[in-house]
Structures are given as structure tokens and as C-alpha cells.
Design a protein around this ligand. Structure first.
Ligand code: PHE
Ligand code: NA
Length: 479
């Protein structure tokens, strides 16, 4: 009955899921948010949230997907009448994120090219211009940005067109280990630069960033919680239907509890490693550079490579390739969420395999949104939502100052936490108790506490945390 082709091996599934989780969020989000929110206090709160929300939501999504064998919408539909629209929240989040993520992925490709130019001394290198000017130049050429973003989307599309086992699994099984390897090389280079120690202090020593004037005041509890919560959703790819979709391709031999711990653990380890790679370099070679966001990746890091001497371009190419791998393995999961849903529908109606057709259609639609992000140049080219609404100038909330900000805030700030909250409510109050028990304990029967912990959290602790995070995010929306 279920003729969907899934993952070929558990290793392949893990690499695909880890590939989805590990992405731009780890490389610029985590290290900067950790430094700006007190270092260790943020880490502890993040880990606590990852354990009693992240792990629970991921386990819930994987179990829903595998139990029903459907993509995001179908999974909810076949389980609950009342919550059947919930999958659409995930699809909307995936589409919005895919649109701005591709713009950023395109920038990564461009920077691989630029650093290659530096290596061979060609015209298309940085030509002694600083990272800020390189980036500014890029932002003011929407046509070039769009071309690179399209290249990124086309690569994503080709992988998704090749299917789950043949495309996604194969690319991630090679890309993820490669990423890990390059990351280690970059960490060694970064941490042995003179002055790198300040970067480690920024990340790990509580109060260091405030004492050294890098941020103005220590953030309060709510700000740290909101930062950690948003980061957790985005970083673990939760609330976007990804884990439901990937779970639906997973065979019954695998222990979901163990897989969940591996995915969450790897994502956290890579986030910390990315911090060790990026932040010490910034403190050593570009002490006034931005510490987060696209500026960290595309201005600060380029300055770091430009100041490294003859080996700079080599590390530049390696680094931007690494970020590209991280981004592409995440973007294929976003596209897969959407494509899987429409393929399921087509198959139900007996229309056969329409994967290629749907991949192309979705990419065309998201490319239009992505073009908006590129043309806007992160708010630099004066077509941001605020400016189109004639509101520019006043003190504006972050979401209105660029299309990227808007897509990000709606997806990460609203759709993902809301979707996850409602999923918890559905699992704990609408499903018969223990509906998911068998699914979760399959091949993990010797650890019944996994399910007990899941049930306790999914009913009380996770929804409560989710409400607190939502409250924090929504109050951020209005200032
Ligand atoms: N987890 C990815 C990152 O850290 C982003 C992502 C979000 C991927 C939602 C898929 C779905 O960059
Ligand atoms: Na991540």
C-alpha cells in the first residue's frame, strides 16, 4: 500500500536529519546569541530547552511521521480531524524559510567564487577591498544575487528531484562528514591565531561581553529565554514539518529515541564547534566586526580571510564551501516538506510519481519570494516592508526593516512555536493515551522511561515553555 521510497539505511537517515538541523542557524545564530546572552547562562538554558522541548517535539514529529507514513499535512489529517490543518503551518514555515535561505545560500556560492578569485589573483577576487565593501557591492547588484540564489535553488531542486534515498540521503551522507572535517581544520586555524582567546571568553565567560563593552547591559531572563527558544526551533528544524516528513520515510527497525538524541546532540555540538571556528577569528583579526547575522558571515569572516596572508583564500574557499554544504542540506529538507505533501496527494489520486514536476513548481514560486529578498538587499535597497508601507524612519520592529527579517520573524517567531505548541496539545489531549507509545518504544523497549519522560513533558512542561517562548516572541514583534 505504501509505495513511497524512503531512506536506504539508518546512517543515511541520520545524516539527512542532521543535515537538515545543521545549517546557517548553527554558524551565525548560535555563537552570537550565546555571546550576547551571557555565555554559559544561555548555553544552560538552551540545553534545558533542547532537552524538555526540542527532544520532545522532535520525537513527537518523527513518531507522527513514521506512524502515519504521510508528509506533514497527511500525518495530521490521518490522526485528528480537529488538527488536520496544522501541517499547513509547517509547510508555510518551510516555504518562507526556503525563500530567504536560498538568498543566503547564493551569497555563500558567490563567496566561494570571490575567494577563488583571490587565490588565483583574478579580477573577480576582492581586489584589496574590505569585506564590508564586497558585501555592499553584492547587495547593490540584485541581478547577481538573484543569479547565485537561483543556482542554489536549482541545486536544491536537483537533489530533491532525485528522491529521498537517491538524492537527499546520498548528498547528506557525503556532505555531512565533509562538513565536519572542514570544520575541524577551520577550528584549528582560528583558535591558534594570536588574540583568539578573547573569542573564547566572549562565548563562554559569563559577564565578559558586558564588562568589555561588547554589549550594553546583561540581558534579562525573558530575553535570554526568547533568544534560546527561537534558536532551538530554527536550529533543530522543528515546527516546519521536516521531522514528520523524514520520519515518514523511516523504516520500523529504527529506535526513534536514540535517533532523536543523536540529532539533537550533533546539532548542538556543531553549533559549539561553529562558534569555535568563527568567533575567535573575529576577535583575532577583525576586532570591530559584526558578531552575528549575515554581516558576521559575509563581512567579518571575509575580513578575517583577507588578513590571513597567502593561506587566506584557501581557508576562505574551505569555509564558504562548508557553509554551503550546511545550507544546502537544510534547504533540501525544506523543499522536501512541501514536495512530499503534494506527491502524497497525487499518489492518493493515482496520478503516479510527480516528484519532478512538483519540485519545479515549488522552486519557481519560492524563487519569486527569494527575488524579493535579493532585490531588497537586506533592507539596503529601500524596498523593505516598512518602506513600501511608507513607515520608514520611525523606530521600527526588526521584522519590518527587510523582507528577510519579515520572513524569518513570521516563520521562526510565530509559525514554528505555534505549530509545535498545538502539536503537543493534540498529542496529549486529543489522541488516546499511549497512541504513540508503541511507535516511540519500537526497538527501544528496554528503555521504557523514554516514553514516560515524553508523556510528562508533552502534556505539561513543553506546552508551558512554548507559551513562554511565544509570549516573548510576540512581545518582540511590537517594539
Ligand atoms: N535547522 C536549520 C539551521 O539551523 C534551518 C532549518 C529550519 C531547516 C527549518 C529546516 C527547517 O540552519
Ligand atoms: Na541548526
Amino acid at each position: 500500500m505504501n509505495d513511497r521510497k524512503g531512506f536506504g539505511s539508518n546512517f543515511g537517515f541520520l545524516m539527512a536529519a542532521v543535515g537538515s538541523a545543521v545549517g546557517l542557524g548553527n554558524i551565525w545564530g548560535f555563537p552570537n546569541k550565546m555571546g550576547a546572552n551571557g555565555g554559559f547562562p544561555f548555553l544552560i538554558l538552551y540545553l534545558a530547552l533542547a532537552l524538555c522541548c526540542g527532544v520532545i517535539i522532535m520525537l513527537g514529529e518523527l513518531a507522527l511521521g513514521r506512524k502515519t507514513g504521510h508528509g506533514a499535512v497527511g500525518a495530521y489529517q490521518s490522526i485528528s480531524k480537529r488538527f488536520k490543518w496544522l501541517g499547513w503551518l509547517g509547510i508555510a514555515a518551510a516555504a518562507l524559510i526556503f525563500s530567504f535561505y536560498s538568498a543566503l545560500g547564493g551569497y555563500c556560492l558567490r563567496y566561494v567564487v570571490v575567494n577563488f578569485g583571490n587565490l588565483i589573483g583574478a579580477e573577480f577576487g576582492t581586489n584589496g577591498v574590505g569585506g564590508a565593501d564586497v558585501f555592499q557591492g553584492l547587495l547593490s547588484q540584485p541581478d547577481v544575487s538573484i543569479a547565485f540564489a537561483l543556482a542554489f535553488m536549482l541545486i536544491t531542486m536537483l537533489v530533491v528531484m532525485s528522491g529521498v534515498g537517491g538524492g537527499i540521503e546520498r548528498v547528506c551522507s557525503v556532505g555531512m562528514p565533509a562538513l565536519f572535517f572542514i570544520l575541524i581544520i577551520c577550528i584549528i586555524r582560528s583558535c591558534t591565531l594570536p588574540g583568539a582567546a578573547d573569542g573564547l571568553k566572549y562565548m563562554f565567560v559569563p559577564g565578559w561581553a558586558v564588562a568589555n563593552g561588547i554589549i550594553d547591559e546583561a540581558p534579562g531572563f525573558w530575553r535570554v529565554l526568547t533568544a534560546a527558544g527561537g534558536q532551538m526551533f530554527f536550529s533543530l528544524s522543528l515546527g516546519a514539518g521536516v521531522m514528520i516528513t523524514y520520519g515518514s520515510y523511516l523504516d520500523k527497525k529504527q529506535d526513534l529515541g536514540k535517533s532523536t538524541m543523536i540529532i539533537v546532540g550533533m546539532d548542538t555540538v556543531v553549533a559549539l564547534m561553529a562558534g569555535l571556528c568563527v568567533i575567535p577569528g573575529r576577535f583575532a583579526l577583525d576586532p570591530n566586526g559584526a558578531l552575528g547575522g549575515p554581516e558576521l558571515l559575509f563581512i567579518t569572516m571575509q575580513n578575517v580571510f583577507d588578513k590571513m596572508g597567502p593561506a587566506g583564500p584557501v581557508f576562505g574557499i574551505l569555509f564558504y564551501l562548508l557553509v554551503f554544504f550546511a545550507a544546502i542540506s537544510s534547504s533540501i529538507s525544506m523543499l522536501e516538506v512541501i514536495v512530499a505533501h503534494f506527491c502524497d496527494k497525487a499518489r492518493e489520486k493515482g496520478k503516479g510519481d510527480r516528484r519532478k514536476l512538483y519540485s519545479a513548481i515549488v522552486v519557481v514560486i519560492c524563487a519569486a519570494l527569494c527575488a524579493l529578498v535579493c532585490a531588497d538587499g537586506m533592507g539596503n535597497n529601500h524596498i523593505s516592508p516598512a518602506e513600501l508601507l511608507g513607515l520608514a524612519g520611525a523606530k521600527l520592529p526588526g521584522w519590518s526593516t527587510s523582507w528577510l527579517g519579515l520572513f524569518d520573524s513570521v516563520a521562526e517567531g510565530l509559525l514554528m512555536p505555534l505549530g509545535a505548541l498545538l502539536m503537543c496539545l493534540m498529542i496529549s489531549w486529543e489522541l488516546k493515551p499511549d497512541t504513540l507509545r508503541q511507535e516511540i518504544l519500537l526497538n527501544g523497549e528496554n528503555r521504557p522511561w523514554v516514553y514516560d519522560f515524553f508523556r510528562l513533558c508533552v502534556k505539561y512542561i513543553t506546552p508551558l515553555c512554548m507559551l513562554m517562548i511565544l509570549y516573548g516572541q510576540i512581545s518582540d514583534f511590537f517594539i
